[in-house]
Design a protein around this ligand. Structure first.
Ligand code: GLN
Length: 306
């Protein structure tokens, strides 16, 4: 084996890209957000940043896509920065075993969402991060955080995607109003959802996304190591909703998915990895993205489970 990991990894990424290019069943592109429905499912990109700062990429790594729920990781970092452990009185830290947008659990658990990554939990987390500010002030802080993490000032919000979800996001409206009725939302549902839809509409390339995750791999210091460890724990147990167990089994890395087809995966101390392929599996997680990460984890031995 080569001493320098980079050439070997470049081959692995090229092989993953080639394998993904052959796949016939690419999953289903999310169409409940009309603006995402027309995305070409034949795209695939992978990028990773190593501890020495080397970045390797293959495939469509310069095409911006909607990061959607991956934004919940950054929103959580900001909410924890503002509220600290007080956040945990409003949202729990358990896998839900239900779909990301499920309403079911919220009623019998009295308006306390299972975790910050299901939609109900992310809406509460956004409300907490918002505090008594206007959405534009929260979104400016969020963009600054992500741009700093990625080292890239170009990252922006795709307004058409945000508008498209605002027009059709009735299920999230239902969740927000229910949370409000249970006293677990400080701000008005419309205000919180305005912030939430815009946060989900942040667009990034897979190369930018990989760089933005360096702080979670402890390759860059943006928040405390304690907080990094806990966010990783939540990504591992809850980051893929009712597919989290399967993702841990197959990939073995903390990861956060979004319905835009992106996944950010963290190999602690080693690498920050991003994949993108728009077709989703039944749980709403990127189908080929998961397969690509499974291949990568196997080839590199990066699973946190050894
Ligand atoms: N904006 C999307 C929603 O709320 C995010 C869902 C996701 O990426 N899993 O439905």
């Amino acid at each position: 084996m080569s001493r320098d990991p980079a050439p070997h990894l470049a081959d692995v990424l090229a092989e993953i890209q080639a394998r993904m290019g052959e796949q016939i069943d690419r999953g289903q592109v999310a169409d409940y957000i009309p603006e995402l429905a027309a995305t070409d499912p034949n795209q695939f990109g992978i990028s990773l940043v190593l501890a020495d700062g080397t970045q390797l990429s293959a495939g469509d790594c310069a095409t911006p896509f909607s990061i959607q729920s991956i934004s919940k990781v950054f929103g959580l970092a900001i909410a924890l920065g503002r509220l600290g452990d007080q956040l945990w009185s409003r949202v729990r830290r358990e896998p839900s075993g239900l779909a990301f947008n499920s309403i079911l659990q919220l009623e019998y658990e009295n308006g306390i969402p299972r975790n910050p990554f299901v939609n109900a939990g992310a809406i509460v987390t956004t409300d907490a991060a918002l505090g008594n500010r206007q959405p534009r002030d929260y979104l400016a802080e969020l963009l600054t955080f992500i741009r700093t993490a990625a080292g890239d000032e170009q990252i922006h919000i795709n307004q058409a995607v945000a508008r498209s979800e605002a027009k059709t996001g009735h299920r999230n409206l239902a969740l927000a109003h229910f949370l409000k009725s249970q006293g677990n939302l400080v701000n008005a549902p419309d205000l919180v959802l305005g912030a939430y839809f815009h946060q989900c509409a942040i667009a990034m390339t897979v190369a930018q996304l990989a760089r933005s995750g360096r702080f979670l791999s402890n390759l860059q210091r943006l928040i405390s190591p304690d907080r990094v460890r806990r966010i990783n724990a939540l990504m591992l147990t809850c980051g893929h909703y009712d597919g989290s167990g399967e993702f841990a089994f197959r990939v073995g890395l903390p990861g956060k998915s979004g319905v835009g087809g992106g996944i950010l995966a963290i190999a602690p101390g080693r690498a920050s990895i991003a994949v993108w392929s728009p077709g989703l599996n039944a749980q709403g997680n990127s189908k080929l993205g998961t397969e690509a990460l499974e291949m990568l984890a196997r080839r590199t031995g990066w699973s946190i489970f050894g």
